[in-house]
Design a protein around this ligand. Structure first.
Ligand code: NAP
Length: 453
């Protein structure tokens, strides 16, 4: 039962908050709630009061003012308290977060979460539950940390036909790629530096292999296209194969290398699909995403009516993320006071386009033996698979030469077949990176003709 005190005192009754998890983001949220008391009261016409906090380890020191607040290991008891009206989940992972969120929503209590893993895997189930219960499930901080992107997609662009979302949504990989490009660092050096600065985990797999970005783009694709897109639907490549040679050629050819998370609506009518992918890409220096350096994030949205929009900021960090959580919390409290709730609607099944069907321009870097006739042999392989070459650069390296190609638009399947044949060509010593070129021009058959998929 929810305890709703009467308004006899004149001021509206305080809204009670229950917090599940008090780590990096949770502690920052507790500090923010304490320091923003007045701003929140002005905005809501009442106070937001933290009533109870659930953690795993009760004896841990926390950088948060928790005096007078009930600290417990029993997260369910926090949700069940009658004086807790809104639940904030900052535990992370799928279980027990999923069961706890279900419990809160089933009890009619709005939930705020920053849990990308949860939403990218079982988001549709939780959105349905929130919809049936008529309560908020808000998650601005789950994608892009402090950057407002979820609310603009849900609300400002609610009736927009979004064509494509292209994001730099992982600060660790953007930091590593920026150091490689600007300081000439190797991948290993740049990653070590990121770990030293606390931008990368000791096990960086989730970031460098693109899993984190895949979860985020699955969430953005779901909201933008109203479809059930889960992390497992996202085609994914990481940045661990990017070399200094790729960086040097990118610079010479007028590009920067970025790990991009892309969701786009493809095809039209009954053939409408969504393409969702995470991979490193060559981005022209003049594209707004090329200017996103270091650990910053940005999301570039292209819509039929609104044109191009870009959202930029801090994609992670305890305090920036807590800032976004607090915004959701105030929103949920305000909706609760008004007796309303925002909605993402019910997500419908969508067809996800296979990566083989992608149409893109490509960058390919090859080491070949340096003797006459080699270029003709290599070019013939491209020709056999219908891939036409837009530009080529050659660099001598002793008895070896490096050839760098940029293609015209080609199908992924044809490009992969080209690479497979090149690997077996006698004059090719090694096949280096194959990177998609993004942001140069639109592939004509990728234009969308409808709204939700
Ligand atoms: P964190 O530092 O690992 O904190 C997790 C908290 O959950 C800890 O306080 C932990 O308790 C508590 N916890 C774990 N299992 C629990 C259980 N069964 N019952 C109750 N409490 C439990 O994580 P974080 O960095 O704050 O991240 C929280 C969420 O925000 C995650 O979903 C993450 O993906 C998301 N997020 C984080 C960032 C960021 O920059 N950190 C950015 C965007 C989104 P103990 O403290 O006792 O161990």
């Amino acid at each position: 039962m929810i305890d709703r005190p009467s308004e006899s005192s004149g001021e509206r009754p305080a809204i009670g908050v229950g917090l599940l998890g008090c780590g990096n983001v949770g502690s920052a949220l507790v500090r923010l709630l304490r320091s923003r008391t007045e701003e929140i009261r002005r905005r809501l016409g009442t106070a937001l009061e933290l009533r109870a906090v659930a953690v795993r380890n009760l004896s841990k020191d926390r950088e948060a003012p928790l005096e007078g607040i009930d600290l417990t290991r029993d997260a369910e008891s926090v949700i069940d308290r009658p004086d807790v009206h809104v639940v904030v989940e900052l535990i992370g992972g799928i279980e027990p977060a999923r069961a706890l969120l279900r419990r809160a929503l089933e009890a009619g209590k709005p939930v705020v979460t920053a849990n990308k893993e949860l939403l990218a895997n079982v988001g549709a189930e939780l959105f349905d539950l929130a919809e049936s219960a008529g309560v908020d499930l808000l998650f601005e901080a789950a994608v892009g940390g402090a950057i407002p992107i979820v609310r603009p997609l849900r609300e400002s662009l609610a009736a927009e036909r979004v064509r494509r979302i292209t994001g730099i949504v992982n600060g660790t990989t953007n930091y590593v790629l920026t150091r490689m490009a600007e300081e000439g660092a190797s991948y290993e050096e740049a990653l070590g530096e990121a770990q030293g600065r606390g931008y990368a985990e000791r096990d960086p797999t989730a970031d460098v292999e693109g899993y984190d970005a895949a979860a985020k783009i699955a969430i953005l694709a779901s909201i933008a296209f109203g479809g059930k897109v889960v992390a497992g639907d996202v085609y994914r490549e990481g940045i661990s194969g990017i070399t200094q040679a790729d960086m040097a050629f990118a610079e010479r050819l007028g590009y920067v290398v970025k790990l991009l998370a892309i969701a786009e609506a493809v095809g039209s009518g009954a053939g409408r699909e969504v393409s969702v992918r995470v991979h490193p890409a060559m981005v022209p220096k003049r594209h707004p995403l090329a200017a996103v350096r270091g650990s910053h994030n940005a999301v570039f949205v292209e819509g039929e009516a609104v044109g191009e929009l870009m959202f930029f900021g801090r994609g992670a960090g305890g305090m920036p993320t807590a800032g976004a959580v607090l915004g959701d919390l105030v929103d949920a409290a305000s909706n609760l006071l008004r007796g309303s709730a925002s909605s993402v609607g019910r997500l419908v099944p969508v067809r996800v386009r296979a990566i083989d069907e992608l149409v893109s321009e490509y960058y390919l870097n090859l080491a070949v033996v340096d003797r006459p006739g080699v270029l003709a042999k290599v070019a013939a392989v491209f020709g056999r698979h219908g891939v036409s070459i837009r530009s080529m650069e050659q660099e001598g390296l002793g008895d070896e030469a490096r050839l760098v190609f940029i293609t015209h638009l080609a199908r992924e399947a044809d490009m992969q077949a080209t690479v497979a044949e090149l690997r077996h060509l006698d004059v090719v010593r090694s096949v280096g990176s194959l990177l998609r070129v993004v942001g140069e021009e639109d592939a004509p058959d990728l234009l969308v003709a409808g709204g939700a998929l």
